[in-house]
Design a protein around this ligand. Structure first.
Ligand SMILES: [Zn+2]
Length: 143
């Protein structure tokens, strides 16, 4: 993850004396000198505290998102975004994969399902071992 300046870092940069160099500030803050230097130049050019407010539109509803940086979706809109993206992602992965990779993926998913099935209690397993036509979900095969 790239280094980011926190609000405390920005405050320290804004309060720095005019003789402070980016390297000194960067070593004090423990952040990269290029990042600190860029912010220091912006603040000196603007004459004080400086940041660009970002208010991106929500990727689902289009309303402005106010919140932490990088948030592009309202918390309430996240389920709708996932409902839209998960099937797309699954279809894309399926289209991009080779038949061998798909077979390997199916084997992996089947092994995980079998592990889950074998961890179930005998009563819950019995519910699976009924034919699908009679309301059951799964019939265990001999391995
Ligand atoms: Zn939204």
């Amino acid at each position: 993850m790239p280094a980011r300046l926190t609000l405390d870092d920005l405050a320290a940069i804004a309060c720095a004396p005019p003789t402070a160099t980016p390297a000194e500030l960067a070593s004090q803050l423990g952040k990269p000198a290029t990042l600190v230097g860029r912010q220091l130049r912006r603040m000196r050019r603007a004459g004080g505290w400086y940041f660009v407010p970002r208010l991106p539109p929500c990727t689902v509803c289009g309303e402005t998102v106010v919140g932490p940086p990088r948030r592009t979706t309202h918390v309430g809109c996240v389920p709708a975004r996932q409902a839209r993206w998960v099937p797309n992602k699954r279809a894309r992965r399926k289209a991009d994969s080779t038949p061998d990779a798909l077979a390997e993926q199916r084997a992996h998913e089947r092994a995980a399902a079998l592990r889950t099935y074998r961890s179930l209690s005998s009563e819950r397993r019995a519910a699976f071992n009924v034919a699908p036509a009679r309301g059951g979900l799964y019939r265990e095969r001999a391995p």
